[in-house]
Design a protein around this ligand. Structure first.
Ligand code: MSP
Length: 523
C-alpha cells in the first residue's frame, strides 16, 4: 500500500447548475488524484456541495420549491456532470449531511470550551436590492457602497458570536514565513503574506441570527442563531475525512495533501481555515492551491454575470461518436482545460480555442498517430506485432528520457499544461519517425523484419503515451489500450506508472476503430 494522498475541491453552491468554471477545478483535482494513484498512492478524493445560507433559500423560492427538494435537485446536476466528465471522486459530501452538521456543532462546542468564542455586537451593512450583507473591510474599496451593485447600503448592528481569529495572527504569520511552498502558486503566497502585513486580523463573526438567516446549521450554543456558511462549509474537509465519525480513517487521511480552489476564495482557505485547524489542535494541509479564472468574453465566468458555459451543452458538439462508452467530447474538454493555460493563470474560454486545441493536438497529432499505426499494423503485419528484445530506438531516447524525468516533476507541482506539452513532444516525434522511416517503402522492398521492429516501436511508444495521458484523458487512454490489445483495467491500478517503462518484449494485437477524435470545422 503506497502513501496516502488526500485531495479536495471547494464545495460548490447549489444556487445554480454547474458551469465550465466548476468543471475546471474538478478536472484538475481528478487529474491529480489519478496521477497520484498511478504513482502508487492510496488516494482519497473528495468533492461536494455547499447548501446552506439565504442565497440558497432565495434560489429555491425563485423556483417555487422548498429548500431541501430544491437543493437535492441541483446536487443531481453536479453529480451528473461529474459522472459525465469521468471525475472519479471517492466521496461526495453535502453540508446538509447530518454527520457533517454534527461535526460543525461539535467543533463550535470545542472551540468554546477552549475560550475561542465570545458574543459581541456586530456592525454590518445591508444592501436592500441585493439582499446581501457586507462588513466594513469588504466595502472599503467601493467607498461604502455595495460591492455587487454599487448602491448605498444600510448600516445595522446586532449581537453575534465571534471566533478569536486575531489571537492566532502571530502563529499564522510564522507558519507562512516558515512554509513558503504552503500556498501555491508563488504569486498567491505573496498575496496572502501581503494581506496579513497590511491588515490586522479581525475576529470572525461565525453566527447569523435566525431572524434573517434561517437555512443553516443550528448554532449549538444558542438556538436563536445559525452557523455562518463559510465556517460550516470549510469544516467539510475534516468532517468528510472522518473527524469524529471515524477516527482511524481520519488519522490515516488527514492532513489534506492539497486543497484546490480558485483565487477568489483563497483568503478563506489560507487564513480562516488554517486558524480553525490550529485552534482545534489539528495539523495543517500540506498545500493550498489557488488556480486562476476561466473568463468568457473578457469577464470571469459566473452565474451572476450571466456569461456561463454549460459543459453538458458543449460536450456533445465535440463528440465524434467513438465506439466506446466515453465520448471524445469529454476528453476534448478535459484536455483543453488542462492544457490551454498554466494552472495559476486566467484563461479565456472560446469555442474557437477549444476546437483548435482538439483539432491540432488530439485529432492531428495523437489521433493520427494511433490511427495510422494501427492501420499499418493491420495492413503490413495482419494486426499482430511482437517485440523480440526491441530496445528503445536511439531516435526516441532523448525525448523519452526527458518525459520520464519531467513528467513526475511537473505533475507533482500541478503543472499539468507543461506535463502534457512534454508528452506531446513524444507524440510528435513518433509522427516524424513515420515520415522518416517511410514504412510503405520498407513494405515494397519486402523488408518485413525491419517493418515489424518499426511497428513495435510505435505501438510500444503509443502504449507508454497512453499511460502518461491516463490522468488527463482517461477515456481515451482506455480506448487506446483496447485498440492496441492491452487490458485497459491496468490503467486504473495503483502504481500503474511502472507501465510507462519501455518493454522490449511485449506484443500487440491491434484492432482498428474510428479515429479517436473527429476534426471539427471551427466556423
Ligand atoms: N461554496 C463556496 C466554497 C466553499 S469551500 C469550503 C464557493 N462556492 S462556488 O460555487 O462559488 O464555487 C467556487 C469555486 O468554483 C471556485 O473556487 C472555483 O473552484 C470554481 N469556479 C467557479 N467559477 C470559476 C471560474 N470562472 N473559473 C475558475 N474556477 C471557477 O465559493
Amino acid at each position: 500500500m503506497g502513501a496516502k494522498y488526500y485531495v479536495t475541491t471547494p464545495l460548490y453552491y447549489v444556487n445554480a447548475k454547474p458551469h465550465v468554471g466548476h468543471a475546471y477545478t474538478n478536472v484538475i483535482a481528478d487529474c491529480m488524484a489519478r496521477y497520484q494513484r498511478l504513482r502508487g498512492a492510496d488516494v482519497f478524493f473528495m468533492t461536494g456541495t455547499d447548501e446552506h445560507g439565504e442565497k440558497i433559500k432565495k434560489a429555491a423560492h425563485q423556483h417555487q420549491q422548498e429548500v431541501k427538494p430544491y437543493v437535492d435537485s441541483v446536487v443531481e446536476h453536479f453529480t451528473a456532470l461529474w459522472e459525465m466528465l469521468d471525475i472519479g471522486y471517492d466521496f461526495f459530501i453535502r453540508t446538509t449531511d447530518q454527520f457533517h452538521q454534527h461535526a460543525v456543532q461539535e467543533v463550535i462546542r470545542r472551540l468554546d470550551r477552549n475560550g475561542d468564542i465570545y458574543k459581541a455586537s456586530y456592525r454590518a451593512f445591508y444592501c436592500v436590492p441585493c439582499e446581501s450583507f457586507w462588513t466594513e473591510p469588504q466595502i472599503k474599496e467601493t467607498e461604502g457602497r455595495c460591492p455587487d451593485c454599487r448602491r448605498d447600503l444600510q448600516e445595522f448592528e446586532e449581537e453575534n458570536y465571534f471566533f478569536r481569529l486575531s489571537k492566532y495572527e502571530p502563529w499564522l504569520k510564522s507558519q507562512l514565513r516558515e512554509h513558503p511552498d504552503w500556498i501555491r502558486p508563488q504569486v498567491r503566497y505573496n498575496e496572502v503574506r501581503g494581506f496579513l502585513e497590511n491588515n490586522p486580523l479581525e475576529d470572525l463573526c461565525i453566527s447569523r441570527p435566525r431572524s434573517r438567516v434561517s437555512w443553516g446549521v443550528e448554532f449549538p450554543l444558542d438556538p436563536e442563531y445559525v452557523v455562518y456558511v463559510w465556517f460550516d462549509a470549510l469544516l467539510n474537509y475534516i468532517s468528510g475525512a472522518g473527524y469524529l465519525t471515524d477516527p482511524d480513517r481520519f488519522g490515516r487521511v488527514w492532513p489534506a495533501d492539497v486543497h484546490f480552489m480558485a483565487k477568489d476564495i483563497l483568503r478563506h482557505h489560507a487564513v480562516f481555515w488554517p486558524v480553525m485547524l490550529r485552534a482545534l489542535g489539528l495539523p495543517q494541509p500540506k498545500v493550498i492551491f489557488a488556480h486562476g479564472w476561466w473568463k468568457f468574453e473578457g469577464e470571469k465566468m459566473s452565474k451572476s454575470r450571466g456569461n456561463i458555459i454549460d459543459p453538458r451543452q458543449i460536450i456533445p458538439q465535440l463528440g465524434g461518436g467513438r465506439e466506446d462508452e466515453s465520448s471524445s467530447g469529454v476528453d476534448a474538454l478535459r484536455y483543453f482545460l488542462l492544457r490551454e493555460v498554466p494552472i495559476g493563470m486566467d484563461g479565456n474560454y472560446s469555442w474557437r480555442a477549444i476546437v483548435n486545441r482538439m483539432n491540432s493536438d488530439l485529432a492531428n497529432d495523437l489521433g493520427n498517430l494511433v490511427y495510422r499505426t494501427i492501420n499499418m499494423t493491420e495492413k503490413y503485419a495482419q494486426g499482430l506485432v511482437s517485440g523480440i528484445s526491441s530496445p528503445l530506438p536511439e531516435s526516441f531516447a532523448g525525448v523519452f528520457a526527458t518525459v520520464k524525468s519531467e513528467y513526475p516533476r511537473l505533475m507533482d507541482q500541478g503543472d499539468f499544461s507543461n506535463a502534457l506539452a512534454q508528452v506531446f513532444e513524444f507524440v510528435r516525434l513518433m509522427n516524424k519517425y513515420v515520415e522518416e522511416r517511410k514504412p510503405w517503402e520498407l513494405n515494397k522492398a519486402g523488408r518485413t523484419d525491419e517493418l515489424g521492429v518499426f511497428l513495435y516501436h510505435l505501438l510500444e511508444g503509443i502504449r507508454v503515451v497512453a499511460v502518461y495521458l491516463s490522468p488527463f484523458i482517461p477515456g481515451t487512454a482506455r480506448t487506446i489500450f483496447r485498440q492496441i490489445g492491452i487490458d485497459s483495467s491496468l490503467l486504473a491500478r495503483q502504481g500503474a506508472l511502472e507501465h510507462a517503462d519501455w518493454h522490449a518484449d511485449g506484443s500487440f494485437h491491434v484492432h482498428k476503430e474510428t479515429p479517436l477524435f473527429p476534426r471539427i470545422d471551427v466556423d
